[in-house]
Design a protein around this ligand. Structure first.
Ligand SMILES: [Fe+2]
Length: 199
């Protein structure tokens, strides 16, 4: 068994509320990210979600793979995501800390567990994972900035601009994020799991 570990660190002028919203907004995956062709929510509740993702990789973008992601919000600064990459289990640990007002530090730790012949994938993963991280970061950047800009204008989802000036100081991030019932990410649930509300 070989563990490939990759650490990425970033900083951004947004509050943690906005940063976490972006992590849990499943709807933007297939729209904003070149690497995600499909995102389908299979389950979600107050601190976790199971999402089916179809992924294409940088450089070898013709190669599409599907995988189930289990995401859990451990506490207000830590999130874990369990998935697999080319059949290898992977664990992603994301820490987001608002180190000063409206300024966040992001630490992303990726672990890939390789066994048997898959150990030969180690150099490929070491090469691709930072590229994947950088591309995703750049694609998420305008979303986070726009969301934060609108939050400062007192924008509330499904309501619009509020006249309540207190809203700026409120924590709006609450799982699961509100979506319309026929959201694209519920397509599988609505089509194939008609009784999903009884899970
Ligand atoms: Fe994203």
């Amino acid at each position: 068994m070989k563990i490939v570990e990759i650490n990425c660190k970033k900083e951004l002028n947004v509050d943690s509320d906005t940063a976490w919203w972006n992590q849990w907004d499943h709807e933007h995956f297939s729209v904003a990210h070149e690497g995600f062709k499909q995102a389908q929510v299979f389950y979600e509740d107050k601190n976790c979600a199971v999402v089916y993702l179809e992924i294409t990789l940088p450089i070898i973008s013709f190669f599409k793979m599907g995988s189930l992601h289990f995401m859990v919000q451990k506490d207000e600064e830590n999130m874990l995501s369990f998935s697999n990459f080319l059949g290898c289990p992977s664990v992603t640990h994301i820490t987001i800390r608002e180190t000063r007002k409206e300024f966040c530090e992001f630490n992303m730790n990726y672990k890939f567990l390789l066994s048997g012949w898959k150990i030969i994938l180690a150099p490929i993963i070491k090469f691709l994972a930072p590229k994947w991280n950088e591309r995703s970061w750049q694609e998420d950047l305008p979303l986070k900035q726009r969301r934060f800009f609108m939050k400062k204008k007192n924008f509330i989802d499904f309501k619009g601009i509020s006249n309540d000036k207190i809203i700026n100081n409120k924590i709006l991030f609450k799982l699961p994020l509100r979506k319309i019932n026929d959201s694209k990410v519920y397509e599988y649930l609505n089509k194939y799991f008609k009784n999903h509300k009884n899970y």
